[in-house]
Design a protein around this ligand. Structure first.
Ligand code: TIU
Length: 256
């Protein structure tokens, strides 16, 4: 008797809005956007803009579990970091001058120079550290395709679908999903694995993404994604209940 695992089907149907997402296991990457200390921890860039960074904590555990599921399958993973060269030659003065803080990109804070590559604050938080073999894309913009090799990296991996996690929902996540959508990628946002400093912006962004029949892409609960991925359903049991949003609490998209 063979003990080989059953073959993975060619399409995995994930319950999603505005309709089921047909994930192709040979073509899908997990894209984790900007889960950096500078956005999530006190004393970083996000806090310097006056934000309450504690809102972003909610996305950490769901993203960790999503990474665990993806790593177990050996499927491609790409992390991004919003970051600039130490000489700030890739930071437009318009970007640097924004915000109402006395501290700006490139200035020194408790975790080193804000959003500068190589500084402690620029690192991805330890709970979600990339493993060897996972791509890490440093991006000077909000969208991950702007002035990066992301398109080439995904092309070389044969990826046409992106399952997306990260922060913040309405800034770098939404910008990247729109860029990806225009470049021909089907994008699925995992709702618990993204967060904003402004919960109402997160809810509105999800509505915008799925509106008009999926004008930007799809959104699904972490539960739906884990239930659809091979071998991942048991991970659901390891998640604290408050990590998973009750089905009824998720924003329903308009204009579907
Ligand atoms: N400020 C804010 O909400 N976000 C950013 O500046 N960058 C990302 O979203 N990564």
């Amino acid at each position: 008797m063979s003990t080989a695992s059953p073959p993975t089907p060619t399409r995995l149907s994930i319950k999603a809005r505005p309709f089921a997402f047909q994930l192709d296991p040979r073509r899908a990457a997990l894209l984790v956007i900007d889960m950096q200390r500078d956005f999530i921890e006190p004393g970083g860039f996000g806090a310097s803009l006056g934000n309450d960074v504690s809102y972003l904590q909610a996305a950490v555990e769901p993203t960790r579990v999503l990474l665990q599921a993806w790593r177990g399958l050996g499927w491609p993973i790409v992390h991004t970091r919003e970051s600039h060269a130490p000489d700030l030659s890739d930071c437009p003065s318009t970007k640097r001058s924004r915000g109402h803080s006395s501290v700006r990109i490139g200035d020194t804070g408790p975790m080193g120079r804000l959003l500068v590559r190589g500084e402690p604050g620029c690192d991805i938080i330890p709970a979600l550290s990339p493993l060897p073999g996972e791509a890490v894309i440093d991006k000077p913009g909000k969208g991950a395709f702007h002035a990066t090799r992301l398109m080439e990296v995904l092309h070389l991996m044969g990826v046409t679908q992106l399952v997306v996690a990260g922060v913040t929902t309405e800034v770098c996540v939404q910008s990247t999903m729109r860029e990806a959508n225009d470049r021909g990628f089907d994008c699925l946002l995992v709702q618990e694995a993204t967060a904003s400093y402004f919960p109402q912006f997160k809810a509105a962004t999800i509505k915008m993404i799925v509106a008009q029949g999926g004008i930007v892409g799809w959104a699904a609960s972490l539960r739906s994604v884990l239930k659809a991925l091979p071998y991942a359903a048991p991970l659901l049991g390891s998640l604290p209940m408050q990590t998973l949003q009750p089905a009824g609490s998720l924003p329903t998209g308009g204009g579907q």
